[in-house]
Design a protein around this ligand. Structure first.
Ligand code: SAH
Length: 215
């Protein structure tokens, strides 16, 4: 996968912009500076790849805005070798950011087409992750419990099965709300049956939908 001097320059500017917008986690910024976001989009859109904007991918879905990726990843407080489950593989960009940070990544996508394409993109870039074609509402109990769970689609409430797949001390980051606006919510499992909630600003995501799409 080719990177270029031009793309590296644009990434550095994007990182400067994210710093100005309040992102302080140096590991997150380093990962965004390293992962070639243009590899996750149609090559015709190189000019859009390093703008701080969400962008359409296939199957009517979007690659999240870099600022959103930075906020969610910062809230996860990823350490090397952490086991992280992502719901909503999409383009695979968020999964690559987590892999770049040294996490052991498990990611679930309900669209078969996106699932296959993301797998291909990550392998071209040399990142490893475990990909599942399935319904994220179920999580992946046989691979859990996880240090962190990141949901990259909007939900009305925290799926109970995902909360149960967190380690004690584990963190779940999820946009909660209506179709038009969601509150970024951090859920920390402090004890077996105790979960602490905190809110971290408003965002807009595509919806989390039950079931899979095989085509
Ligand atoms: N993390 C992605 C952003 C993808 S947008 C990236 O970095 O590009 C959200 C994704 O969540 C979409 O691809 C959508 O199909 C997927 N999704 C929605 N509901 C889901 C569910 N129940 N299980 C798995 N994936 C889901």
């Amino acid at each position: 996968m080719t990177d270029s001097f031009e793309a590296r320059g644009k990434r550095k500017k994007l990182v400067d912009e994210l710093r100005r917008k309040g992102i302080t986690d140096e590991e997150v910024l380093r990962a965004i500076n390293t992962v070639p976001r243009h590899a996750f989009m149609d090559p015709a859109f190189l000019n859009h790849a390093y703008a701080d904007k969400a962008f359409p991918i296939s199957s009517g879905q979007t690659i999240s805005q870099p600022y959103t990726v930075a906020v969610q990843t910062s809230l996860l407080q990823v350490r090397k070798r952490d086991k992280i489950l992502e719901i909503g593989t999409g383009s695979g960009y968020q999964a690559a950011i987590l892999a770049e940070m040294g996490a052991k990544v498990y990611t679930i996508e309900r669209f078969r087409e996106l699932h296959l394409k993301a797998q291909h993109t990550l392998s071209l870039l040399g990142y490893s992750a475990t990909f599942f074609f399935g319904d994220g509402y179920e999580g992946q109990p046989q691979y859990g419990p996880f240090d962190g769970i990141i949901v990259t689609a909007a939900a009305a409430e925290v799926p109970e099965k995902l909360m149960r797949q967190l380690k004690i001390g584990g963190r779940l980051v999820i946009p909660l709300g209506s179709a038009t606006s969601q509150t970024m919510t951090l859920v920390v499992r402090t004890e077996e049956n105790k979960f602490d909630y905190s809110s971290h600003g408003y965002f807009i995501f595509v919806p989390m939908i039950k079931g899979i799409v095989k085509s």
